[in-house]
Design a protein around this ligand. Structure first.
Ligand SMILES: [Zn+2]
Length: 272
């Protein structure tokens, strides 16, 4: 987000140098995405404490969140932030509940679908409803419902009754946590997903990325998660002053509540 007071570059520098105003700006702009992810993936956890933990850990150890970011632009950073938020949630929850899905058996089923549908299916198993997904993928909800039904049938055939019912609505975070560890030598850099989506790759580069995505579950999933994070970052408005002040207080940042506006002189005269 380049609007507002700070460019991404200044935000990065400022957070690393622990400049208070920059941290407040960062909190204001990233709280909505953090809240959305925590509510979606860790609904059973206490949300306020978890949210405060995200930013406390981000700032700890000389701005750990920023020091661990190797990319250059904000779009890549949004994805990096997504992983950071999920790591905090998993740490508090103590891991992820079990699922019969593994990177191998899930990928085997995904491969029976065309690429774009694979991405959609990956996000469906991140517990997004067809209606939610149709907002950020170019599919009608009815199409999503139909494809998910096919996938469910195939999964049931492969895994038995464990994959029955509304299987895709259960918590499969353990599957995605496992996939995250499978980054390979030939995997696409986050920067390339951004350029791919922004249409900045050359024809040849694009073809190379597409070919890799055909055969790599890690990249397919990361790409899907990039779309997810970018979507919410883009559509959610920044946090309001009260939320920022509350978080700042929880982090021990020395900020004062914004002064209450004095009523205009005529209202005071009227005793209002
Ligand atoms: Zn890959």
């Amino acid at each position: 987000m380049t609007e507002g007071v700070f460019s991404f570059h200044r935000m990065q520098e400022g957070c690393r140098a622990d400049v208070l105003a920059v941290w407040l700006h960062f909190i204001k702009n990233y709280t909505p995405l953090a809240k959305q992810l925590l509510r979606h993936y860790f609904p059973e956890q206490e949300q306020r404490g978890l949210l405060a933990r995200v930013f406390r850990e981000a700032r700890a150890d000389e701005a750990r969140l920023w020091r661990s970011f190797a990319g250059a632009g904000e779009k890549e950073f949004v994805l990096h932030f997504r992983y950071f938020v999920l790591a905090q949630g998993r740490a508090v929850r103590g891991g992820s509940p079990e699922t019969p899905l593994t990177p191998e058996n899930f990928w085997a089923v995904l491969q029976e679908f065309p690429s774009l549908q694979r991405e959609m299916l990956a996000l469906t198993f991140h517990r997004y409803s067809p209606e939610e997904l149709s907002v950020f993928l170019k599919f009608e909800p009815e199409t999503i419902v139909a494809v998910v039904a096919q996938a469910r049938e195939k999964l049931e055939a492969a895994l038995g009754p464990a994959a029955g019912g509304d299987f895709e609505r259960r918590d499969h975070d353990a599957l995605f946590a496992a996939v995250e560890k499978q980054r390979g030598e030939a995997c696409v850099l986050d920067k390339a997903y951004v350029r791919f989506v922004d249409g900045q790759l050359t024809w040849r580069e694009r073809e190379e990325v597409e070919r890799h995505l055909e055969s790599c579950f890690y990249c397919l999933n990361r790409f899907a998660e990039f779309r997810e994070a970018a979507h919410f970052f883009h559509v959610l408005p920044p946090a309001d002053e009260a939320v920022v002040a509350e978080l700042a207080a929880a982090l021990g940042l020395p900020v004062q509540a914004p002064p209450k506006k004095k009523p205009p002189w005529w209202q005071r005269l009227l005793g209002g």
